[in-house]
Design a protein. Structure first.
Length: 75
């Protein structure tokens, strides 16, 4: 849909919703050099009555790790 990032609205009775932006080639500094990497923005909206923010952050860290190394799911 050509959307960089957005915040999704939680619909009851859901506790969380994940918003996924597009993948964009982006210049970043890596080891003192400018390189082009494909980056994607993820936003997790959580109902804090059901999901603690720290648990939501752990979920995003795990998802990031899987997306960066999908073969890790097979191990």
């Amino acid at each position: 849909m050509d959307i960089d990032e957005f915040t999704a609205i939680i619909n009851p009775p859901d506790a969380c919703i994940l918003a996924v932006g597009k993948i964009t080639p982006t210049p970043i500094v890596e080891n003192g050099q400018i390189v082009i990497k494909n980056l994607m923005k993820l936003t997790l909206s959580c109902d804090h009555r059901a999901v603690d923010g720290a648990v939501g952050a752990q979920f995003l860290q795990t998802l990031k790790s899987i997306l960066e190394n999908p073969l890790s799911m097979a191990l």
